[in-house]
Ligand binder design. Structure first.
Ligand code: LLP
Length: 443
């Protein structure tokens, strides 16, 4: 006989130890999700701390176990606040930041600057100045303008900044066009096929203010299969070999970016991090041997795969609207202001009714947000149990790119965030208040 929990197909999308308690409520990190919603209000973003740590370890072990000289840098853009920065720091990971803002959050909890990598296609002089003043680990240089800027800022400070060059190997990662980066027609990086990568490398080697440690590529996000990584490694290691021959360039470090996928729905089936580690490291090792290159430090930058599954969004059900023969809408108290991904990328999600987690599905509904746009739909055509106003909807796999891309659209206050573990919850970001919405205004 199957237990109710085994019947809940969607439960595996939630954080690893999510369960259903005797009341039939979803639990996350040992906390009753319905109680969390009542106590902290909704929309609420709940992160399972153990799962966050587990995912950090997963990448460290899968990659580091096969290639010991690996640095796992968490991509802060996927989700960062002080508690997250502290957790990443305590796990011994590095951090990929793309703005002075992300850098400042990391700095505010004492994140070691030498483990921070600065990315982005238009780093501002003031951002780079602060980064250099704090002895940031690497600047991942994106273009010639920036190369010369970093060189000048470093020389003004009588220092030499360690850099990587971001290359675009022109490999299609087969993902959404908005998040495809490693192709020729991209705003990111030095194109390889045009010869601009070689020019940048030659110039870097001649500059006194920079120390070229190695090469970086980031193909896109998410990358649903291992093959694009393997193709890009081919292209980039070929280049490294040629640059060794021509300029005696030693690639001390190679960063392959992020893009490791997660399953958002029960129909998604992507390779696990270990499969990426196997494919990437065996390709890398073979190429290094074949090309007689010294093994570089390998840097990887997972964002989504560390934080997505650990996070669950909770909403309270309000209006129910049925258009006979067309659609039943279940309206919730959040939407595209806290999760822009469905309208922006056609992202698909699943949901459970947190306080009816063990009840059978009896209807097909569409979960709509409360923002003033018809595109503000969180989940289209999902099977749910009966739902009444006041019920709590839990959307899994919301830990990455929802909170960081949230907005105050319709003057909506951004949600609170709690971390849960072993039955205890702590607020790690308070809900914005109405005053926050006009705090910076002048009447
Ligand atoms: N490294 C670099 C240089 C990146 O640009 C990114 C993501 C990552 C690492 C991390 O990628 P991840 O492991 O998280 O896939 N807003 C989009 C995703 C944009 C990703 C941008 N760059 C979304 O919601 O799907």
């Amino acid at each position: 006989m199957t237990t109710p929990i085994e019947r809940i197909r969607r439960l595996p999308l939630f954080p690893k130890d999510a369960s259903v308690n005797a009341a039939g409520h979803l639990t996350i990190g040992g906390c009753d999700a319905y109680d969390l919603a009542k106590e902290y209000g909704t929309p609420l973003y709940v992160y399972d701390e153990r799962m966050l740590r587990h995912q950090c370890k997963e990448f460290v072990e899968r990659f580091g176990g096969r290639y010991p000289d690996t640095l796992v840098c968490y991509a802060a853009k996927a989700f960062l606040n002080q508690a997250m920065a502290k957790l990443i720091m305590e796990q011994g990971l590095g951090l990929d930041v793309v703005s002075l803002g992300e850098f400042s959050i990391a700095q505010s909890v004492g994140f070691p600057p030498e483990r921070i990598y600065f990315h982005g296609n238009n780093k501002l002089p003031e951002e780079l100045s602060v980064a250099l003043d704090h002895h940031i680990g690497r600047v991942v240089v994106d273009n010639l303008h920036e190369l010369r800027l970093v060189d000048r800022l470093a020389r003004e400070r009588n220092m030499r900044q360690d850099i990587l060059l971001r290359l675009t190997p022109n490999v299609d990662p087969h993902t959404h066009k908005f998040t495809t980066t490693g192709v020729l027609d991209s705003k990111f990086g030095f194109p390889m096929s045009t010869g601009q990568s070689e020019e940048a490398l030659e110039e870097s080697l001649a500059l006194q203010g920079v120390n070229l440690m190695g090469l970086h590529f980031h193909l896109g996000s998410p990358i649903p299969e291992t093959e694009p990584f393997e193709s890009a490694l081919q292209v980039v290691l070929e280049f490294a070999q040629e640059m060794k021959r021509k300029y005696d360039f030693d690639m001390v470090e190679l960063s392959i970016g992020g893009g490791f996928p997660v399953s958002y729905t029960v129909d998604d089936a992507y390779p696990r991090p270990g499969v990426y580690a196997d494919a990437i490291i065996s390709t890398l090792s073979n190429l290094l041997l074949k090309k007689s290159l010294m093994p570089p430090r390998l840097t990887i930058e997972p964002g989504r795969a560390i934080s997505a599954q650990a996070g669950v969004a909770l909403y309270t059900v309000g209006a129910l609207k049925e258009v006979p023969g067309v659609r039943k809408f279940v309206c919730v108290d959040g939407g595209m202001s806290d999760n822009i991904r469905p309208p922006l990328y056609d992202a698909r999600y699943e949901a459970l009714v947190a306080n009816r987690a063990a009840e059978p599905d009896v209807q097909t509904v569409t979960i709509a947000g409360k923002l003033c746009e018809s595109g503000d739909i969180l989940v289209r055509d999902i099977q749910l149990p009966r739902v009444v106003p006041g019920d709590v909807i839990a959307v899994p796999v919301c830990g990455a790119y929802c909170v960081p891309m949230s907005s105050n659209y319709n003057a909506t206050t951004r949600p609170a965030i709690v971390f849960v573990e072993r039955g205890r919850a702590r607020v790690v970001r308070q809900r914005e208040t109405l005053e926050d919405l006009y705090r910076l205004d002048t009447p």
